[in-house]
Design a protein around this ligand. Sequence first.
Ligand SMILES: *Cc1c(COP(=O)(O)O)cnc(C)c1O
Length: 360
Amino acid sequence: MGRVYNFSAGPAVLPEEVLREAADEMLDYKGCGMSVMEMSHRSKVFDDIIKEAEQDLRDLMNIPDNYKVLFLQGGASQQFSAIPMNLMKNGVADYIVTGQWAKKAYQEASRYGKAVKIASSEDKTFSYIPDCSDLPIDEDADYVYICENNTIYGTKYKKLPNTKGKTLVADVSSCFLSEPHDVEKYGVIYGGVQKNVGPAGVVIVIIREDLIRDDVMEGTPTMLKYKTQADKDSLYNTPPCYGIYICGKVFKWLKKQGGLQAMKEYNEKKAKILYDFLDESEMFKGTVVKEDRSLMNVPFVTGDKELDAKFVAEAEANGFVNLKGHRTVGGMRASIYNAMPIEGVEKLVEFMKKFEAENK
Ligand SMILES: *Cc1c(COP(=O)(O)O)cnc(C)c1O
């Protein structure tokens, strides 16, 4: 078997073209006689890599000049602490809890100040996005926090919450670059790249400059201060060089695909194939309310655990891998990120139809 169709939620599929290019450059990056893994992060060669990556990301997302782009480590989870430590000035923050990742961020923030859960969809296993048009936003809230696309449950905000003028902070790990983001609507927009952008080990933080302060919470580690990282253009210490290099390649690949609007249309087309089938199938059912469906993560079930397991096993034997759902939802989940080609989804649906016919 050659390459499989990989529906993993993360680390996840990357564009084949990017992997081939990286393979070609593995032993000798552009004539410098070594791989990007082996070179100094202070070298001119690497400086060009990180600067070009930042510029390409700025072009793709239309990032305004008063926002900094940081390439950091520690994953999205470390931001769960960095955000309250850097942003809680009044010691209060509002959290909308729409899944496990938002819940973890909320719990972590509670360690540093007053984190208030102002809305939640936990009552129905996070299968919808709560109405966020008129939330009880705290007058003293330093920010309102969301997880924009819920990787585990497969929901996505189709409209950003009304924060009543408060700074919006969003974890976009699983919808990063899947469609245009209106950066100006956020104070901080961040994501681990291993879902839709690159290899594990890099988290990208896009932050409005006025939120980068010196007077952060007492005890904040130097490394977790956005100011430390911003002042040194992400080179305060050794950054995840190779990961940044691959992200840079993915940014170029996205530009070649026509940018984020083109990506959005492609992703909508892809997701529709799967959702249309789920809506008509007698055996497979989607698990979230239609209006809030994610374009990236598509959970579904048969309603019968044994049949689910049989499906996952047979799918794998046929080259459709990592379809097992998250342990808290059960069933299946197909993550169909940017790099999943439309043929992958078409063939998966074909396979599901066949499975359904054979297992009536
Ligand atoms: C995967 C994921 C995380 C956790 O990312 P790590 O990089 O493993 O810390 C956080 N938020 C969302 C939305 C995710 O999908």
